[in-house]
Write a protein that binds this ligand. Structure first.
Ligand code: ADP
Length: 839
């Protein structure tokens, strides 16, 4: 179909950004056309209209520019890309305005506040699949962090593990079929997969983009190439060459490794049930008051350390802040500090608003107080962080120019406070004077002319005018000049009105230009201070995270763990940090744990629901917390520094990938025996549940033997197969229970010894299974325990016999007449033969 010139322009731009929804600037709106209009109207609840685009009307919908951020946020969180196309010339009313895409907003490159969760990073990752493994780069554009690493095939960390940690919003992969498997993993974890030209993964270009000629790049060609592609993509989407990256090279040293399954099972940052932070370890420990502190605390828990000095430094700091409630005063002092890391990025990209910079001013004003508060501290980490805080007094003084109620939009007026700039004050006074003259004009002219209905109004074409209805035209004075005739009225101007109009509009225009200019300069000054600002922001974040750990330690009565190099794990009165918060106060039963040179393997038997899983997880969580630098829920804890924590917990179907519970379980076991070392902590809960009993026992036993004999890792192994307790080596523990009549009470106490029975039938009764099933199960169990393995269960009684027995039990012979007794005998006989009788 034939298109108007503007629609042709639209089509051309759209061709280049086919995968994105094109926000096409038309005056004060961004309009969407064709398919985009259909998609956006649905996703954003916008009214679908049409526009004459040539021969036909084309579907169209739009959003006002001032509200664009929230609409973009909604599209981007749903996994769309949005291309923002602006007008490059001021509209002249004649000819076609030039237009171009100034930014491509994607889930991994978004900077707008509504799209970002304050206390978590928003990562964009780039992956380069190769024969030896993957090159991986990841960046949080909003904070300026960029990491480069490599994942060797068959290494300790799989691609899936790493992506599960980073949770990138978007993953870049080279075009082509290569990396289809990686794309599937990324998509399963909720990332948008974007294919980029393979030649952007070029080594030389990457080296140049990421390092100055003098710098030595790391020996990570694959990682570097991924980093180069990532930089290139950011240039293409942000449309700027901005680079203030803090590049970190990520090796595998110094961090406690957790695979994807363990991360999920231990519910470190999100609970299994809801997938939210609620019910996770992070929720219990997070008392941070700044966005930077929230992000850092999360990162510490996601990646605890294995370097004793790092851990001890954090523990020293937490100890110092916990004493004398220093953490409370610190939290109050930190509270006004805004997200400096993200603010600096927005300033550097010219996106920071006046209100952002007022926030920066408030933040800077808070910094001296924080330093002063912490001056007396002696722990080396606190001292170091205090030293990194720079209140930038000069910049703070410059920011004093901003009005306290500066607007949230950069183009709005009223950015600077009065008294700051004489010209601004003069223009504001002129505009104000003109306006007050105008306000009085209507009354004055009514008085002068006697026209009661005279009105002063404004429109874009004529500016200010006086409107007189037709009936009053005779009263119009000499100096009125006619400008427009309407059906019922005429519009006039006077020379004086024009003069004032010029004064008002001129003053406002100059004012707007001046404020914009001064604001842009101020924003550049902020960007120029990006280094110290970011450093201060990160120091504030670290202090916030430490104060948060101190708050948790005091509030929940944690103790400082001590670390040893002898592989000793002694916990006295340990608790599960999350479960103890859910139970009523005092209800959680603390338990000890002793794993040692001689007894590195604990076999824990006991009934279901007795607290085995809770106990196992609690040991893993205490270890993880300690290595993150946190105090731990125990009376005392002497802990080794472990290199990895593995968990195999509970039954979980991985239906999405088409694997059965049992297959998932065996796969997790494989990962454990492949990856675990003597320094690892292994948590195995109920291995071998998803198959037949003999299968299950055999697998569980063989696995336990292998771990015990060949790996020698610190292991907690729970099972309800009490047959395993005769294994030679492991220390046997069991969950204490008190039998009470037909039932059993769980004491939630771990005691030395072995369970000689599973109490599964008790639990089944507890759950309310019908008595007929329970008594039959008891009978089968008794017989199986007597018989040789594999013997058939005892024959089932026919239903008739059950009924006879029930009837007999209900019969009371002394109270039967001879006749009744005879009748009962007939009745029983008939019941036995199944002829009749009550059910
Ligand atoms: P198991 O793994 O033996 O089946 P769980 O560890 O799942 O048992 O525990 C079952 C329930 O018992 C938990 O939901 C919790 O409410 C309670 N529980 C577990 N451990 C304790 C404890 N130490 N103190 C108090 N209650 C506990």
């Amino acid at each position: 179909m034939a298109l108007t010139p503007m629609m042709q322009q639209y089509q051309e731009i759209k061709k280049e950004y086919g995968e994105a929804i094109l926000f096409f600037r038309l005056g004060d709106f961004y309009e969407m056309f064709f398919e985009d209009a259909l998609t956006a109207s649905k996703e954003l609840d916008l009214t679908l209209t049409g526009r004459a685009g040539g021969d036909d009307r084309v579907p169209m919908c739009g959003v006002p520019c001032v509200a664009a951020d929230t609409y973009i946020a909604r599209l981007v969180t749903r996994g769309y890309r949005v291309a923002i196309c602006e007008q490059l010339d001021p509209p002249s009313g004649r000819g076609l305005v030039r237009r171009a895409v100034v930014r491509l907003v994607t889930p991994g490159t978004v900077l707008e506040e509504p799209s970002l969760a304050p206390s978590r990073n928003n990562f964009l990752a780039a992956l380069l699949p190769a024969a030896g493994g993957f090159g991986l780069a990841f960046a949080d554009v909003s904070t300026g962090e960029l990491g480069i690493g490599e994942l060797p095939a068959g290494g300790a960390v799989t691609l899936e593990d790493e992506l599960a940690r980073l949770r990138p919003a978007e993953v870049l992969l080279p075009e082509g079929a290569q990396g289809d498997a990686a794309a599937a993993v990324a998509a399963e974890l909720g990332a948008l997969v974007t294919r980029v030209p393979a030649d952007t993964f070029d080594y030389a270009a990457a080296r140049k983009a990421l390092f100055t000629p003098g710098e030595t790049p790391p020996e990570m060609p694959l990682g570097l190439r991924a980093g180069g592609a990532l930089r290139r993509y950011l240039q293409n989407t942000l449309k700027t060459d901005w680079c203030q990256w803090r590049i970190t090279v990520r090796g595998r040293e110094g961090v406690l490794l957790l695979d994807r399954a363990s991360r999920r099972n231990l519910e470190i940052t999100s609970s299994l049930r809801t997938g939210d932070k609620e019910g996770s370890l992070l929720e219990v420990l997070d008392h941070t008051v700044t966005a930077m502190g929230g992000r850092l605390l999360r990162a510490w828990l996601e990646e605890p350390s294995t370097v004793p000095a790092v851990i001890e430094d954090r523990l020293d700091a937490v100890a110092e802040l916990a004493a004398a409630s220093l953490y409370r005063d610190l939290a109050a002092a930190l509270k006004p500090v805004r997200d400096l890391e993200r603010l600096v990025t927005r300033a550097a990209l010219g996106q920071a608003t006046p209100r952002d910079l007022v926030g920066l001013r408030v933040s800077l004003a808070a910094l001296p107080g924080i330093r002063e508060l912490l001056m007396p501290c002696v722990s080396s980490l606190v001292k170091k962080l205090v030293g990194e805080i720079d209140p930038l007094p000069d910049l703070a003084a410059r920011l004093a120019a901003l009005a306290d109620d500066a607007p949230a939009a950069a183009h709005a007026g009223g950015i600077f406070r009065s008294g700051y700039h004489p010209e601004i004050d003069r223009l504001r006074a002129a505009a104000r004077e003109g306006r007050s003259w105008l306000t009085g004009l209507e009354a004055r002219e009514r008085e002068r002319t006697g026209i009661r209905s005279l009105k002063v109004a404004y429109n874009r074409v004529f500016g200010y005018y006086l409107e007189v209805t037709r009936a009053n035209l005779a009263l119009v004075p000499e100096d009125y000049e006619r400008r427009q005739t309407l059906a019922g009225a005429e519009r006039f101007v006077t020379p004086q009105l024009k003069e004032y109009e010029e004064m008002i509009l001129g003053a406002e225009e100059s004012l707007g230009r001046l404020e914009q200019e001064l604001f842009a300069a101020l924003r550049s000054e902020v960007a120029a201070a990006g280094g110290p600002l970011t450093r201060s922001g990160r120091a504030v974040g670290a202090l916030d995270a430490l104060a948060s750990l101190a708050a948790a330690a005091v509030r929940y009565n944690y103790c400082r763990p001590s670390l040893n190099r002898e592989g000793r794990l002694h916990i006295v009165a340990g608790r599960h940090p999350v479960v103890e918060r859910v139970l009523p106060p005092g209800q959680f039963v603390p338990n000890d744990t002793v794993l040692d040179r001689g007894s590195r393997f604990m076999l824990l038997t006991g009934p279901n629901m007795a607290g085995k899983s809770t106990y196992l997880r609690q040991v893993a969580l205490i270890t993880l917390m300690a290595q993150a630098g946190s105090f731990v829920p125990a009376a005392s804890a002497d802990l080794p520094v472990v290199d990895r924590i593995f968990t195999r917990i509970g039954a979980r179907d991985d239906l999405a990938s088409g694997r059965s519970t049992f297959m998932v379980e065996m796969d997790e076991c494989r990962a454990i025996v492949q990856g675990a070392t003597r320094d690892s902590l292994l948590i195995l809960d109920e291995v071998g549940r998803g198959t037949s009993t003999y299968d299950g026992i055999s697998i569980a036993r063989a696995l336990a033997e292998y771990i015990w004999e060949r790996i020698g890792a610190l292991t907690l192994f729970s099972t309800h197969y009490h047959e395993l307790t005769d294994l030679d080596g492991p220390v046997n523990h069991t969950m204490a229970v008190r039998e009470q009549g037909d039932g059993v009470v769980f004491l939630h106490r771990v005691v030395p010894g072995r369970a000689d029975r599973s109490y599964g039938i008790f639990v089944a009764a507890l759950a309310g299974l019908p008595p007929a099933i329970i008594s039959r199960a008891r009978e089968i169990l008794a017989q199986m325990e007597r018989a040789a393995p594999g013997a058939p269960p005892p024959p089932r009684r026919p239903p008739g016999e059950e009924k006879v027995l029930a009837r007999l039990r209900a019969t009371d012979p002394p109270n039967l007449t001879p006749l009744a007794a005879l009748n009962r005998l007939y009745e029983l006989k008939e019941l036995l033969e199944g002829k009749s009788g009550p059910d």
